[in-house]
Ligand binder design. Structure first.
Ligand code: NDP
Length: 270
């Protein structure tokens, strides 16, 4: 496991473990238990995933001390605005049955409410109810706009990022502002795993296509959040520390960029 420093000094374990589309109940619970067993110490949930309770239960049942874990949730669109964000965050705490989250994100940049939602996150951070705050699906334009209303700079921007969607400009913007980029859908939701370059590099390193994609994100300085509900894949996606891609390998992978998205494109959000 690697640890990435956030701008406030908090350490974020990498890679993290994603639970989007992990079914609430046994599926999400079991996936998180397997992830913790495999060595992940960072779990990425969200209000809209409806599995905060399962994540919290798995964390407790794992017996791993809470302070060794990094837990993220995100304020969903319907809960944006100052009061609604604060209220929904209290619900997230009680759903997960935790005293604090390590990272709280605004899930999507909602046009009319995102500035007030950010004020809510700043308050929750100052109250110690979340140990870091950030945004998700923010473009450079949305980040620039924050300079006009944020008292605290976001520590993280979680966006879609993979060799097939290499958002170099956004990555550079985040880096220059001390914002850690978290890579969601780092496996492009398994839609590109059969690309021949991934197979070629995989045979060079005795690694799977998924492991090559995860390494690429990590070597770009991003924190990938691969998701799986299968124990073998959960282990495989964490077993990424026994090889390193060379500069030439990285350059070849950079060229796979084709603007491929599995989720909505936030650039049209005013
Ligand atoms: P991923 O890119 O992580 O891909 C997940 C898919 O790949 C699943 O279908 C999974 O199937 C399959 N898979 C996983 N590992 C392997 C493997 N080793 N070999 C073959 N197939 C594999 O997609 P996500 O969209 O889930 O993104 C990851 C996480 O990022 C999410 O879970 C969530 O936490 C976060 N996210 C955040 C968003 C945001 O708006 N902020 C949006 C989307 C995601 P199976 O489970 O059956 O193994």
């Amino acid at each position: 496991m690697e640890k990435i420093d956030l701008s406030n000094g908090l350490e974020m374990p990498s890679p993290g473990f994603g639970v989007f589309q992990s079914k609430p109940g046994q599926e999400a619970y079991q996936a998180v238990l397997w992830a913790l067993e495999a060595g992940y110490r960072h779990v990425d949930t969200a209000q809209i995933y409806a599995n905060e309770a399962d994540v919290g239960k798995a964390i407790r049942d794992s017996s791993i001390p809470r302070e060794s874990l990094f837990l993220t949730t995100k304020i969903w669109n319907a809960n944006q605005g100052f009061e609604a964000a604060c209220d929904s965050f209290e619900k997230s705490l009680s759903q997960a049955a935790v005293d604090y989250f390590d990272l709280l994100l605004i899930h999507w940049p909602q046009t009319h409410t995102r500035a007030d939602t950010w004020k809510a996150l700043e308050k929750l951070y100052e109250q110690g109810k979340c140990r870091s705050i950030g945004v998700s699906n923010y473009t450079s334009k949305h980040l620039q706009e924050m300079e006009g209303y944020a008292s605290i700079k976001p520590m993280v921007n979680q966006v879609e990022f993979s060799p097939f969607l290499y958002q170099k400009e956004l990555l550079d913007t985040c880096r220059s502002q001390g914002i850690v980029l978290e890579a969601y859908s780092p496996l492009a939701q398994a839609q590109k795993l059969s690309h021949p370059l991934l197979a070629e590099l995989g045979s060079k390193f005795e690694a799977s296509p998924a492991q090559i994609m995860i390494r690429w994100s990590m070597q770009k300085g991003a924190v990938p959040l691969p998701k799986s509900v299968k124990q073998g894949r959960i282990q495989e996606n964490f077993d990424v520390f026994r090889f390193s891609l060379s500069a030439d390998d990285m350059n070849l992978l950079d060229k796979l960029d084709e603007g491929f998205r599995t989720c909505w494109d936030p650039s049209s959000t005013e």
